[in-house]
Design a binder for this molecule. Sequence first.
Ligand code: G4P
Length: 542
Amino acid sequence: MSASDAPTAAELKREVARRRSFAIISHPDAGKTTLTEKFLLYGGALNQAGSVTARKNQRATTSDWMELEKQRGISISSTVLQFEYKGCMVNILDTPGHKDFSEDTYRVLTAVDAAVMVVDAGKGIESQTRKLFEVCRRRGVPIFTFMNKLDRPARPPLELLDELESVLGIAAFPLNWPLGDGPRFKGVFDREHGQVHLFEKTPGGAYRAAESVKDIHDPLVTQTLDESTYRQVCDELELLEGAGAEFDIAAVEAGELTPVFFGSAANNFGVQLLLDRFLELAPPPASRESGSGKVIEPTSPEFSAFVFKIQANMNPKHRDRVSFIRIVSGKFERDMTVVHTRTGERVRLSNSQRLFAQERETVDDAYAGDVAGLVGNHDFLIGDTLSSDPKVSFDEIPRFAPECFAFLHNRSTAKYKRFQAGLEQMLKEGVVTEFNLLDAIGIAVPLLGAVGPLQFEVLQHRLENEYGAETRLENGTWSFARWMKPKDPEKTGEELPSLSMGVTLARDVHGSLVALIPHEWALKTFTDKNEDWVISDQPFPP
Ligand code: G4P
């Protein structure tokens, strides 16, 4: 970067302050895709809703890699959507959300500053939402809740709030309140401004819903709602006011309180209220700790970023590799030279791309909070730091405990070398992790672990298509991996925990001891039996 290009302090301050980078998390079918699309519609990035959901059905035909996405009709690659809205630069990091979700889904959450949690109001908190929520909570990321599908019969709103507290353990503060549910759902009451928003449906929800904003006693409101709904809403609002809870933005920022919105994404009811208030309340890019304990501010003039996702061979013709970086500080400029701090090498970032659905466009500059895809055969690994200051090195992205295990057999001995090379690459990219069973002397078949079974499918598909290696999977019977170390720090690490039914011991790639456990009940027995051990679902820091 030449001196003349150096960003000014005012430019960095302005650009950082207006950035909002977040993920939408949900259980499959709760409405994440629909809400994403409606954010784009209301954000002005789409003229008409329909294309994101269409994306589900007409995946790119540009590569074999995409072929798998197309066959499954799901999003494997996380796409980053960026648009400007009301002065904000909005980055939505898409989390693959099918029930076969993978470690990528979790990793995306290490690159966001906030999350919008979509809950199907008819169903309440579902399993995958809970897992994703936990990852956000561990990072202390602010979480906003959207109770969706109020146009269908929904659980009582007070019960839904209770569930946030009892199941997720997070306090909830409703910023708006639904006026009825199912066919009687007509709008929401904005508690902050004391106003009712009545909505009108548009065909297929393709365009913005017309709305009237009224006082709750306005005749239009009393005429639109049936009498019992009106009375119930007034009672509920009185109850909420009576409870006297104050909205505490500091608790939201600390991830201890979730602001709650109600609506219907498919009908565009409550979408704008959510988007506007979310962008006002959600924090701009945060500072991040560098390994040395130094805190890197997003407005620091030194460029820094970390790799949170790698995807190889998105276009097999070019055998390219895209490393997605989240910018932490400074200004990214195309062609800039930075230090890859793990290797100490200087690299030129010449081919940087931003992805919008299937289209790619070149990124010329970007700031903290933004994501760019670096195309090329760099030797980047997930968690690597790129920085203009070689001393900056961000903490590694945590690995997430696998829940699926399988032995991978190579079908053709003649192609063993290809199999090995491919597997090595996939392990490097973090597609799956490898374990070595303690009692596996003589067994050469690798045991692999993944967060979701989809990762195995991707692995096999890629080994075959990119390396010509056909494989066979043999499922393991375990469902949990737990890292183990003796509580007594004096112990050398030679001793092993007591085993219980179905539990097998292994070592991860770093040689750390891991117990592989078949089911919930066995996990409990094993934990009870090993009170002298620290048992963690995360590897211990070195
Ligand atoms: P996901 O990404 O979380 O998996 O969910 P997605 O948005 O794909 O939504 C899942 C289904 O729920 C879709 O129906 C979608 O239309 C529907 N949906 C989303 N929001 C609402 C809402 O506010 N009200 C109602 N009633 N339905 C909603 P589908 O039948 O799977 O697809 P489609 O044919 O409707 O597109």
